[in-house]
Design a protein around this ligand. Structure first.
Ligand SMILES: [Zn+2]
Ligand SMILES: [Zn+2]
Length: 402
């Protein structure tokens, strides 16, 4: 494969990829049901291969078969937006109460470009590529649902490798970054409800006050975590809301008080420990105050673990195709969660960050992914597409030479 030619072919698509990305940016949809989004994507790639649609959700697996037989590589682009009102001032801003604040509109355009590059060069493709257009990344387990419907098996074989790209809005455009092993955390929620006994505020001893118990639990839970979790395999538990009582009155002891927190861990052990040690602590603390505790963990994303060989391939290909200075090895994992982890648990592969901040924005004005003011530079689309396509060609080339 001539990767310089691939890069030139991608550059020729750049203007169209920007159009695709900006069209998608204006029609953001939420969760697992993204009919307009998927229709726009399939308008670009539906004719390039065999399309398998998801059941009871909008997902597509596009299978592109090479002229030469061989194994399969999976490439993944996620498609869902967030429930946030856009305030970027861009002339292609969304206005429907949702926003592509995590850059998934760029991922789709990159996926479209990669699919087109692969189809155009399929005479040199030694196997198959399955392009995953996935809904519901933002807490809806879209990847897990696609896997449960066997959409990764549409070629008849389990893929030998999987790759996906995620853009970020804080660094100057163009650098690819990743790392071997753990790259992202398991992320999930815990909702805790403490149940006491309601009563008159003048006589709290005749009631069982859940508010005091809640305060004591929250004031000591971080100390508990420090002393009971491995400092070299840390967890994050951050309380996002608390609820108790009624702001119309002060003379009532409410029956219940509750809080919700996000919980992050970086290993299987850490994940399991959060599910056993945290509930035991809360239950014991609640019991000390005469309260019952109901503790509910949401399904969490898995810890995202990159395959070592796949990262070697990513590093080599970025340096070969774009130059030495375009690859950055991440020293540490990040505490964000990502359901690509489910795909990488099933298929060895790599997740790759691609920085895409608007270089014209001064540093202090740049806002993180998920912000209502997050801005992404779509000049990276052709390079992202080149990278995904190059990884597929390279992995299949290597497999055929074995
Ligand atoms: Zn996100
Ligand atoms: Zn995302």
């Amino acid at each position: 494969m001539d990767y310089n030619l691939l890069k030139t072919q991608a550059q020729a698509k750049q203007a169209n990829l920007v159009t695709v990305r900006r069209d998608l940016h204006q029609i953001p949809e939420f969760g697992l049901d993204l009919p307009n989004t998927l229709a726009r994507v399939l308008k670009e790639v539906g004719h390039l291969g065999e399309v398998t649609l998801g059941k009871n959700m909008t997902a597509a697996a596009v299978l592109i078969k090479g002229s030469q037989p061989g194994p399969t590589v999976l490439l993944r682009a996620d498609m869902d937006a967030l429930a946030v009102n856009e305030d970027t001032g861009l002339d292609f801003s969304s206005t429907n109460g949702y926003m592509h604040a995590c850059g998934h509109d760029l991922h789709m355009a990159i996926g479209v470009g990669a699919a087109q590059l692969i189809a155009e060069n399929k005479d040199q493709l030694k196997g198959n590529v399955v392009m995953f257009f996935q809904p519901g990344e933002e807490g809806h387990d879209g990847a897990g649902v696609m896997l449960s419907q066997d959409m990764h098996l549409v070629s008849g074989d389990k893929p030998i490798a999987a790759f996906g790209i995620h853009v970020f809005s804080m660094d100057d455009p163009g650098v690819f970054a990743s790392r071997k092993g753990t790259m992202m955390a398991s992320a999930g929620d815990v909702i805790v409800t403490l149940k006491g006994k309601g009563g008159h505020g003048s006589m709290p001893w005749n009631a069982v006050d859940p508010i005091t118990g809640l305060i004591e639990i929250l004031s000591s839970i971080q100390s508990f975590i420090i002393k009971h979790f491995d400092a070299l395999d840390p967890i994050v538990l951050n309380v996002g809301w608390i609820k108790a009582g009624n702001d119309h009155t002060t003379n009532i002891v409410p029956e219940t008080a509750s809080f919700g927190a996000t919980v992050r861990s970086f290993s299987k052990q850490g994940y399991e420990d959060t599910r056993t040690k945290i509930p035991a602590f809360i239950k014991n603390m609640a019991a000390a105050f005469g309260l019952e505790a109901e503790i509910e963990f949401s399904p969490a994303t898995k810890v995202l673990v990159n395959d070592h060989d796949a990262i070697d391939r990513v590093e080599r290909m970025v340096k070969t195709v774009f130059g030495e200075d375009r690859y950055e090895n991440m020293d540490q994992p990040i505490p964000g969660g990502e359901d690509m982890a489910s795909i990488l648990e099933e298929i060895p592969g790599a997740f790759i960050f691609l920085s895409a901040a608007d270089p014209n924005l001064p540093m202090e004005k740049r806002q993180a992914n998920h912000s209502n003011k997050a801005v992404f530079d779509d000049s990276v689309l052709a390079d992202g597409a080149t990278m995904l396509a190059a990884l597929a060609f390279d992995a299949l080339d290597e497999a055929s030479s074995k």
